[in-house]
Write a protein that binds this ligand. Structure first.
Ligand SMILES: C[S@@+](CC[C@H](N)C(=O)[O-])C[C@H]1O[C@@H](n2cnc3c(N)ncnc32)[C@H](O)[C@@H]1O
Length: 289
């Protein structure tokens, strides 16, 4: 939702030039997603665990299918299936992300508009080498039984030896009603900088239910308020690992190393320990035997 504010000089100039305001999916991709390091992690971890390269990957909650596109760009033998419920978001991804692929690369991406709970293995295949659930999207499942149903459906879609990758965030900040602001630098003249706002607007510790929003503050004064909304349950790691185990998936947590300045260094390794930081992210790697 774009909040109506008195037009600034820059906005008036933009309108006079017939320029369109920035697109929320572009701002999301620039501020939230890091598909290259994410696919580096998936590719490297699968190779380490299985001694061979993965080729068939499913991206659950794919949104604009940015990650699927990165997967097929990596190798000519890679294929991706993106699954999401939202037709408008998928359509944006087809135009902008699949549209930026070569014709040949595009033939190796399939998008399915469906509930991830109903996603199955592709007919005529042994199943997926990898299934991904990133940006915490699987937290939309608030009941244990529902999460178990999702994990069982993922297990049934994986090839023998297939690997399910999930990301996770935690720490005491995750339990707070709070806002975090982060400046995103300009990416050349065509893509000015902006401020990304992560808004943990409500959190109920009795049920774990939380409502979060992403807003964007643009340099010309425009506020793109609550561009994205998430209704989640705040899960914790041991309970998710228990549910994965019940679904027949053996999980390992990969925690991030320290950059020596109080931040993460982007290197994730298997570990049974993490400091009780205010905020941390990690991956859960869940293997089908
Ligand atoms: C946070 S976005 C994730 C986008 C992308 N995966 C990423 O890593 O940034 C969440 C997406 O999940 C989709 N979604 C929510 N519930 C779903 C469900 N049950 N089945 C399929 N897609 C769902 C929404 O339409 C939305 O596009």
């Amino acid at each position: 939702m774009l909040r109506r504010m008195p037009a600034t000089q820059k906005q008036k100039r933009r309108r006079a030039l017939g320029e369109t305001p920035p697109d929320k999916h572009v701002l999301y991709q620039r501020s939230v997603q890091s598909v290259e390091p994410e696919i580096d992690f998936v590719d490297r971890t699968y190779l380490k665990l299985r001694g061979k390269r993965a080729s068939l990957l499913r991206e659950d909650f794919c949104g604009t299918a940015n990650t699927s596109c990165e997967w097929v760009r990596r190798r000519a033998t890679n294929h991706a299936v993106g699954v999401d419920l939202d037709a408008a978001t998928l359509a944006w991804g087809i135009t902008h992300n699949l549209g930026a692929l070569s014709e040949e690369e595009r033939t190796r991406v399939t998008l399915e508009r469906r509930d991830v709970l109903a996603a199955r293995k592709q007919t005529g295949t042994r199943g997926y080498d990898c299934v991904l659930a990133m940006n915490f999207s699987y937290w939309c499942f608030k009941q244990r039984a529902q999460m178990l149903g999702y994990f069982k459906a993922v297990r049934a879609s994986l090839a023998p030896g297939g690997v399910f990758f999930l990301d996770f965030y935690g720490g005491s900040d995750a339990h707070q009603v709070m806002k975090e602001r982060r400046r995103i630098p300009a990416a050349g003249k065509a893509e000015p900088g902006f401020t990304y706002v992560w808004d943990q607007a409500t959190y109920n510790p009795v049920t774990g239910a939380m409502t979060c929003y992403i807003s964007f503050d643009l340099r010309d004064g425009t506020k793109m308020e609550r561009a994205f909304r998430y209704e989640w349950r705040l899960w914790n790691l041991p309970e998710l690992r228990d549910v994965l185990a019940e679904a027949g998936l053996r999980s390992t947590v990969y925690t991030e190393g320290d950059d020596g300045k109080g931040g993460g260094n982007g290197v994730f390794r298997p570990s049974e320990h993490n400091d009780a930081d205010r905020a941390f992210i990690c991956y859960i790697v869940a293997e089908r035997s």
